[in-house]
Design a protein around this ligand. Structure first.
Ligand code: ACO
Length: 323
């Protein structure tokens, strides 16, 4: 039997940087409010690129680093809540652009938990015989943010990150624990397009991302630490045995609270939302890729990582992996 192993990581963000000060010229807000409430100081915004363009850059980097031919890929999965189209999927656009002629491709929609969901699905393909594939989280949240709404516009950014997953004899995804609660789903909505039939009523076009920030904050600090602890139990590992906790980058205060709740050293929770804002499905792979670049996460070292996403759906989930 073969298991999935992360063998390469990469990320890409668009060039344009929008600072909190830039936003305060457009909206009634301030660097002080944004940075003290969230830890966010700037974000990258796509100008002439769409989600697939960011993901294609990541896919190309992964292939280049691994020195493999795109025809060797069995699958291309993209986690996104901001696809270029409903169809073709962003993953198909990536697969076509890189010439992964043998690969299956589809998108996964689980908002900020998307990357953790997609990696779990990808491992299933390896368990059933696939040899290698890429898993990308990519977003252009700037497309769906209402730039007049200060309660959401200041929070989000664009970017993409991903991994190459390859078949390996030993288990590297040690435990998984994915959850959803659609009953609370209305706390975060985006891209509602109303039915066009004349006789339908009671629907409204609501293209922009709307979020009850308080609800999501409470959900994140109440349900997610429990999920991390349960997953560690499944992996038969203690908090102390984890080298790095890579959590979805929504808000610095959420990370602080989660570290306290799982009783782990805060220094084991790297953050980068100061530079990128909340990039939804892209946040965990961008962070992982940066940590590898900085030499704090070392591929092939057997370090143990916790990857945790949480957000729209509601969805949340944790993977414990060795790298
Ligand atoms: N600038 C200045 N003032 C603001 C801004 C702003 N950008 N935004 C809101 N305010 C005001 C509000 O109007 C409110 O004013 P009032 O008291 O006069 O009514 C006040 O600031 C407080 O607003 P709250 O919304 O209560 O602020 P809070 O402390 O809850 O912080 C935040 C808001 C940052 C959104 C927080 O709730 C949060 O981080 N929530 C979690 C978000 C999250 O984790 N999302 C993850 C999933 S995302 C996904 O899946 C795509």
């Amino acid at each position: 039997m073969q298991f999935g192993k992360i063998t390469q990581v990469a990320h890409y963000v668009p060039e344009k940087i929008v600072t909190n000060d830039d936003l305060s010229t457009m909206l009634e807000t301030s660097d002080e409010w944004i940075s003290t409430r969230t830890g966010i100081r700037r974000r990258h915004i796509a100008v002439n690129e769409n989600t697939s363009d960011l993901c294609i850059e990541v896919a190309k980097k992964l292939l280049e680093k691994a020195e493999i031919d795109p025809s060797e890929l069995d699958f291309v999965l993209v986690a996104t809540m901001t696809p270029d189209f409903a169809t073709p999927s962003t993953a198909s656009l990536v697969q076509g652009a890189i010439g992964a002629t043998r690969a299956l491709a589809f998108d996964i929609s689980a908002a900020c938990s998307g990357f953790v969901y997609a990696l779990t699905v990808a491992e299933k393909f390896i368990l059933s015989g696939s040899k290698k594939g890429i898993v990308i989280g990519g977003e252009c949240l700037s497309k769906i943010v209402d730039w007049q709404d200060r309660t959401t516009a200041v929070l989000f950014g664009d970017g993409a990150g991903g991994v190459l997953l390859e078949a390996n004899d030993t288990q590297h995804i040690l435990a998984e624990n994915l959850r959803s609660d659609g009953v609370r789903g209305r706390s975060l909505t985006a891209m509602c397009i109303k039915p066009q039939l004349e006789f339908s009523s009671g629907f409204q076009n609501e293209p922009y991302l709307k979020m009850d920030g308080r609800d999501i904050f409470d959900f994140a600090v109440r349900d997610v630490p429990q999920n991390i602890l349960e997953t560690l139990e499944r992996a038969k590992l203690s908090v102390e045995e984890i080298d790095t906790f890579l959590l979805h980058q929504a808000n610095m205060r959420i990370i602080d609270k989660m570290a306290r709740k799982v009783k782990a050293e805060r220094s084991k929770f790297p953050t980068n939302m100061d530079k990128y804002g909340n990039t939804s499905a892209a946040s965990i792979p961008i962070l992982l890729s940066e940590e590898v670049e900085k030499g704090r996460v070392i591929l092939g070292s057997n370090q143990k990582l916790v990857l945790t996403g949480f957000g729209g759906g509601l969805t949340w989930g944790t993977l414990v992996v060795t790298v």
